[in-house]
Design a protein around this ligand. Structure first.
Ligand SMILES: NC(=O)c1ccc[n+]([C@@H]2O[C@H](COP(=O)([O-])OP(=O)(O)OC[C@H]3O[C@@H](n4cnc5c(N)ncnc54)[C@H](OP(=O)(O)O)[C@@H]3O)[C@@H](O)[C@H]2O)c1
Length: 383
């Protein structure tokens, strides 16, 4: 049976790579629904090339152009942020790939789970902001949430066939563009320098998160929710070559790892074809050319985002949501040259300490916390 996919965020880095994967396996996978925020030109091109059933362009000012281009091809066109979850939850969809960026992914993900769709999850911010709500709903509905993030896919792959619970998860981190830079150099980094990731080509938000290592903090929280492991049993190890994508340690001291050359299409494909492995034209590892694999402890002094993330998930409740909101606002401000790089983590820290704590937040509390986190961060940015 062909799996019919809705890609939320098809015009982004994950979305375009997912379409590449889908086009390589026409007998197994088909793209049925594509969504974008405002990139109308690429959305139109993708929709025609992949002969999809429907698209959503969130930006309502772009609707007319997209409708004119696609209606004659028999492709349905919807608009508005609220259409994304509804269209992705249609009866013609089996898997929803959540590849939107930031908190915007939460609503559509919950709607898709509610409608009984399997989730291939790239949008880590959804679990950071509302992990307990999302995983509880998925559990109640019996919905699989399959990780797309390369680290979580690695852990997921390491756990296949295992009957014993892990003792520890070891998340690998490339260290980002500032691994070998001093704290002083990092504080003054330009947008261009921060976007220049040594191993992965990604969207701008996740690239800046990687530079501050907030990305690894977000991933630690994502791993906590996906695999039900306590934060203190999730270790972060810097591995600059990005060949080992993460590891699992068991009670007998055995460690299993998943290795491959860095290529996001692999975890995307595994999430879409799980539990099957199908061919993919990735570069294979040449072990004789690979002279060394390095590992080092992360520098918590130089990368304060890591300690902020561990502290946020230890406090729990709505605090990770506030942290995520502040990060989104601060990253946007840095990308717009409104604050220096070092201000990003300072703003996150200040906002997480200012937001009123809610131990067991409802969805409304999470929405309110996100709004409050953005507002507080915006005020700090303007200072
Ligand atoms: N890129 C990677 O290698 C990678 C690896 C692991 C995890 N992830 C995670 O995957 C997610 C996507 O990352 P990405 O790098 O693919 O991001 P990206 O390149 O910036 O793409 C984001 C996609 O989401 C759409 N979008 C953004 N804001 C939206 C909004 N408010 N409403 C509706 N659609 C919106 C964008 O549409 P427009 O193009 O129209 O703006 C685009 O299609 C993130 O959560 C990231 O952390 C990414």
């Amino acid at each position: 049976m062909k799996r019919r996919i809705a890609i939320l965020g098809s015009t982004g880095s994950i979305g375009t790579q997912a379409l590449d994967v889908i086009s390589r396996h026409p007998s197994l996978l088909s793209a049925e629904v594509l969504t974008a925020n405002s990139n109308d030109t690429l959305l139109i091109e993708q929709a025609i090339r992949h002969e999809v059933n429907a698209v959503v362009i969130a930006d309502e000012s772009k609707y007319e152009k997209v409708f004119k281009a696609l209606d004659k091809h028999g492709i349905k066109v919807f608009t508005g942020i609220n259409s994304i979850g509804r269209v992705a939850s249609g009866s013609n969809i089996d898997i929803v790939l959540t590849a939107m960026v930031g908190f915007s992914g939460l609503g559509p993900t919950l709607e898709a789970i509610e409608a009984g769709k399997a989730i291939a999850l790239a949008n880590k911010e959804t679990l950071v902001a509302a992990g307990s709500i999302v995983m509880k709903l998925a559990m109640e509905k019996g919905i699989p949430v399959i990780p797309v993030d390369s680290e979580h896919s690695a852990i997921f792959q390491c756990l296949q066939g295992e009957r014993s619970a892990p003792e520890k998860l070891i998340l690998t981190a490339s260290g980002g563009p500032f691994l070998d830079k001093s704290a002083e150099q990092m504080a003054k980094a330009t947008v261009e320098e921060a976007l220049n990731h040594p191993r992965w080509s990604m969207g701008s938000k996740v690239s800046i998160d990687s530079a501050s290592m907030m990305n690894k903090g977000l991933e630690m929280i994502e791993a906590h929710w996906l695999f039900g492991i306590k934060p203190q049993d999730i270790e972060i190890v810097v591995h600059p070559q990005s060949i080992i994508h993460s590891m699992v340690q068991f009670a007998d001291g055995s460690v299993t790892a998943q290795l491959s050359t860095p290529d996001m299409r692999l975890p995307i494909q595994y999430a879409l074809t799980y539990p099957h492995r199908v061919p993919l034209n990735t570069n294979r590892i040449d072990f004789s050319a690979l002279s060394r694999l390095d590992f080092l402890a992360p520098d918590f002094g130089k990368f304060p985002a890591l300690a902020i993330a561990y502290s946020a998930i230890e406090k729990g409740g709505n605090i990770p949501c506030a942290m995520n909101a502040a990060n989104e606002a601060a990253v946007n401000a840095f990308l717009g040259n409104k604050i220096p790089f070092c201000r990003i983590t300072q703003i996150i820290n200040e906002v997480t300490n200012m937001v009123p704590y809610i131990k067991e937040p409802s969805l409304d509390d999470i929405l309110e916390t996100h709004k409050a986190g953005i507002e507080l961060a915006t005020k700090l940015i303007a200072k």
